[in-house]
Design a protein around this ligand. Structure first.
Ligand code: F6R
Length: 611
């Protein structure tokens, strides 16, 4: 969703602001703007549409200034327009600010300000904060900010310029991410570390409730009580190339192709390949805790939820622990049942690539309030979900830039494989030898994924041949049904084609009415115990005219006219990951056939930080 950048130093801020915003484009936005402090006031440039349009504006009317802020806006309060685009100002243009998140009580605050005669130029909640700061201004911006923050309800990351302190950025965060980068005689601010990678990897990660006063030479943190707080800077290991396309046409394809590497990196972090053991120091359960574990509740959104569904199957089958996978936006409002009020042995697990998804964070907070121990999978160090969880397991996927999640999903499922095997071993469900064999099997994944990637021309040809198809059903049973859900989501989000996932046996209870000769039915069939059943369902849809694709174990008796993308030599627990790679490639090449904006699909944002 929205992106924030800020710079204060001795050189022009403009280059960083524009480059930083470009690096945040992947988050989704519909307008962009920058403001810099100049001797005669704020210089402001805004554009509705892409950053390139903003860049053109700046080229036409260059701006100077060594301290500035920028923003990409994903419209919530008010349509995409120059008026609603950030930065926003107070009436006298003494204060400029950019904001991510939502000020929930903005209507009430706005009404109060209007009674005092303040007029507004935009429909946004953000402008209310700029006007509030001006109305309540007292002594300096830090003092004023402390006062005004107490009036705001909701989530926010704010970066503020005050013409009275022309080299200073005032930052505040509450439930919305912000990072501060340390440069040579300058400081950078961004909502996401990707904007900083080209400039610095030495960053502060402000905590909720922090105010940061950032000048070229220092960053000083304060709490809401106005007292100084100590914060330590950390080094981010992601490198610049991870956030660039490196010769690929799209980030999505690049990230699909990075999967052998990120799976290998994640395996190396959690598994000692010298003796095929799990590195205990990175695991969330001690042997005692594993034995006492009675129930696990997983909550997540979208693709991460599908990883959670995989997690449920893996943990139940390997470790025999009852597991629920919940959509986080539902879980957060669900009735609390008696059992949850006494959470002894009941553990919660949030799964999130960004670590910032609002619903997943709310689900985690609810679980903590209920007294559960809260675990998290996160791809981003220092993200809100990672900080608030009691224990974090990191996916080592590196920055995921394409809006459609691919490599993060595979690493999330991999973490579930490792967690399930660890729990199974600690609970005495599998022997040392069985654990070693399973870990060796996981170690084969990078090679197996690579061999699918090497055949991607076959998937591209199929997508080209079927470009006229408008309805695509993915069917499967058990874990294959989860892979179907993820395959259908991937396809619809990047190609905008109608695609649905159904449990294979459920089709004939209604949905089979939609099947005709213009429908493609893709069956995911990797689970040996129900293979024959899924194959029968394929025959049923074939009889109704659908054309067929099978991703999985090739049938002993070939189905006439059915294309097969084979998965061989993979057991029930790793085959779904391999099937997913085919489905990701199919989604990518289909979207390409349709000329879609693959990395930034319409209406979507990478990190959904609002409800
Ligand atoms: C789909 C996709 C989304 C995310 C979802 C959760 O390709 O990327 O469905 O999976 O918005 O995001 P995170 O994992 O950041 O919590």
């Amino acid at each position: 969703m929205c992106g924030i950048v800020g710079f204060t130093g001795k050189t022009s801020c403009c280059e960083f602001l524009l480059k930083g915003l470009s690096a945040l484009e992947y988050r989704g936005y519909d307008s962009a703007g920058i403001a810099a402090v100049q001797a005669d006031g704020f210089a402001v440039r805004k554009a509705v549409g892409r950053i390139d349009q903003l860049r053109e504006e700046v080229e036409k009317n260059p701006i100077s200034g060594v301290c500035g802020i920028g923003h990409t806006r994903w419209a919530t309060h008010g349509k995409p327009s120059l008026e609603n685009c950030h930065p926003h100002f107070d009436i006298d243009r003494r204060i400029a600010l950019v904001h991510n998140g939502i000020i929930e009580n903005y209507a009430e605050l706005k009404a109060q300000l209007m009674e005092k005669g303040v007029s507004f130029v935009s429909e946004t909640d953000t402008e209310v904060v700029a006007q509030l700061l001006a109305v309540h201004y007292e002594n300096d911006m830090k003092t004023t900010l402390l006062k005004v923050l107490g009036m705001l309800k909701g989530s926010f990351a704010l970066v503020i310029l005050d013409r009275c302190a022309p080299d200073t950025l005032y930052c505040a965060r509450s439930h919305s991410p912000l990072v501060i980068g340390v440069g040579q005689g300058c400081h950078y601010v961004a909502s996401d570390v990707c904007a900083l990678l080209e400039y610095t990897r030495n960053v502060y990660l402000p905590e909720d409730g922090d105010i940061a006063v950032v000048t070229p030479g220092s960053t000083v943190f304060y709490g809401l009580d106005g007292k100084e707080r100590k914060r330590v800077n950390v080094t981010i290991s992601w490198d610049t190339s991870a956030a660039q396309k490196n010769g690929f046409d799209h980030f999505m394809l690049k990230e699909i192709c990075e999967q052998p590497q990120v799976i290998a990196d994640t395996l190396a972090h959690y598994i000692d390949s010298a003796d095929y053991t799990i590195r205990r120091e990175h695991m969330p359960f001690t042997p005692e805790q594993a034995k006492q574990l009675k129930e696990l509740t997983i909550a997540a959104c979208g693709t991460a939820y599908h990883a959670g569904c995989m997690g449920k199957a893996l943990i139940e089958q390997f470790a025999g622990v009852r597991t629920d996978a919940c959509v986080a936006s539902e879980y957060r409002y669900q009735t609390v049942v008696e059992q949850e009020r006494n959470p002894e042995g009941h553990v919660f697990l949030a799964v999130s690539q960004s670590g910032e998804t609002a619903d997943t964070l709310a689900a985690l907070r609810k679980a903590k309030q209920l007294g559960m121990r809260a675990l998290a999978f996160s791809n981003v160090i220092g993200a809100s979900i990672a900080r608030e969880a009691d224990t974090v397991m990191y996916t080592l996927a590196g920055p995921e830039i394409a809006v459609a999640s691919t490599k993060a999903y595979l690493t999330q499922v991999l973490l579930f494989e490792i967690l399930a095997l660890d729990l199974a071993h600690l609970r005495g469900k599998i022997s040392d030898e069985e654990l070693k064999d399973a870990l060796k099997t996981l170690m084969s994944l990078p090679r197996q994924i690579q061999s699918i990637l090497n055949q991607r021309a076959i998937v591209e040809d199929f997508a080209r041949a079927n470009r006229a198809c408008h309805d695509i059903f993915f069917i499967g049973r058990l874990m294959d049904y989860t892979t179907s859900l993820e395959s259908a989501l991937k396809l619809k989000e990047v190609s905008y084609l109608h695609s649905e996932a159904y449990p294979a046996g459920e089709l004939k209870h209604g949905t089979i009415a939609l099947i005709d000769e213009r429908t493609l039915v893709a069956a995911i069939a990797t689970q040996p115990q129900i293979l024959e059943k899924t194959l029968s369902n394929m025959q049923e849809v074939k009889a109704r005219g659908a054309y067929l694709l099978l991703i999985g174990t090739p049938p002993q008796t070939p189905i006439e006219g059915c294309t097969v993308w084979p998965i061989e030599d993979a057991p029930w627990y790793t085959a779904p990951l391999l099937a997913t790679v085919y489905a990701q490639l199919f989604a990518y090449y289909t979207a390409r056939q349709h000329g879609c904006d693959i990395d930034k699909p319409r209406n979507l944002a990478k990190s959904v930080t609002v409800e």
